[in-house]
Ligand binder design. Structure first.
Ligand code: MRU
Length: 341
């Protein structure tokens, strides 16, 4: 990661350089990607993951496609489509691919410049989300200088180039001396919480504990968290939010217990073209992730599974959505339409 100066993903010397997230926390290994097919594979097997990060990776992928095939060629179009459809739920991927393709008339240089702009915007967005989110935490916890935040999946620099979304808020609280404790859900089946969030919290020397997913609602109900902070893969126009499977049950528990439930995501994750959560396509993943744990079988051979990677939290369970440009207080009747940046 030192090659990337703290970033987890970047464009370096005509290639995409990224931390291979499947190898964490046991080893920090870099992937250098020069072919679109390798990028698509990396996105599908979650070597790079998290909505903003796959948006940036997708943008860089279009730059690779342009430099390999030239723009507007059948090879370019085919590469673009394979990147765009590598994962369906996080809107950032298709949105950033489309954005970069829209300037392809200007040739490969214009494509790369746009991809760099996407990266730069996500870097700036993480800083703004951290600040806005930490300010909101102070407000909704009554100026508390000691906040306990429960979070799911991984929403840190690994998920968005640097600092992240919900984890950026936790990092900012920690830097301000206001974080009593972060509680991270392990996040079955792929353990992004245990493998990645715990690793990132350790890197930032923040106080934290790790829990199994099913302990989340119980601990919320017993007063272990002042706030639940989650990221988003797609926010529909009405505020319904798709995020890692398990998020919805945390929101239900938070509402039941009177604990604020806050979504932190960049504007790039808002999809005003999708009216509500029911219209969001949920990615279903393979049996292996459920019937094996760390590669070891834990269910009888032949067991069939249902493995949705995401769920949708209805907007009426969400206290606020914090973006890089605004805070939308859904609990106060504000909507994505009424609150402008
Ligand atoms: O399947 P993943 O690991 O890509 O899922 C990621 C999440 O659900 C994150 O919470 C979301 O993308 C927000 S990341 C800043």
């Amino acid at each position: 990661m030192s090659e990337l100066g703290g970033r987890t993903l970047d464009w370096v010397d005509g290639a995409i350089l990224m931390v291979d997230q499947t190898k964490l926390p046991t080893s920090v290994e870099m992937l250098r990607i020069t072919m679109v097919s390798d990028l698509v594979d990396a996105i599908r097997r979650l070597s790079v993951r998290g909505a903003p990060a796959i948006g940036v990776a997708g943008a860089f992928g279009v730059a690779l496609a342009a430099s390999t095939n030239g723009v507007g060629t059948p090879g370019f179009e085919a590469d673009v489509e394979s990147i765009r459809s590598a994962r369906p739920t996080a809107v950032n991927l298709a949105k950033m691919v489309d954005r970069v393709v829209s300037v392809s008339g200007g040739g490969p240089e214009a494509v790369l410049a746009e991809a760099m702009a996407v990266r730069n915007e996500e870097l700036a967005a993480s800083l703004h989300m951290g600040d806005r989110g930490a300010d909101l935490m102070a407000e909704i916890t009554g100026g508390s200088g000691s906040i306990r935040a429960l979070t799911i999946c991984n929403t840190g620099g690994l998920a968005s180039v640097e600092r992240g979304t919900a984890l950026a808020v936790i990092q900012t609280l920690h830097e301000r001396g206001c974080l009593e404790e972060a509680i991270a859900l392990e996040t079955r089946p792929l353990l992004q919480g245990a493998r990645l969030t715990a690793w990132e919290l350790q890197q930032m020397a923040a106080p934290f504990r790790l829990i199994v997913d099913s302990a989340g609602p119980h601990l919320i109900s017993r007063g272990f968290a002042d706030v639940v902070l989650a990221g988003a893969d797609r926010i529909a126009a009405n505020g319904d939010t798709a995020n890692k499977i398990g998020t919805f049950s945390l929101a239900l528990a938070a509402r039941h217990s009177g604990v604020p439930f806050v979504i932190v995501a960049p504007e790039s994750t808002i999809d005003m073209a999708t009216a509500c959560g029911g219209d969001i396509q949920i990615e279903n993943r393979g049996d292996d992730e459920v019937v094996c744990f760390g590669g070891v079988p834990v269910a009888p051979e032949g067991t069939r599974t249902i493995n949705p990677a995401f769920d949708v939290t209805p907007s009426d369970l969400i206290t606020a959505i914090v973006t890089d440009t605004r805070v939308v207080r859904l609990d106060q009747g504000e909507t994505l339409d009424t609150v402008r940046s």
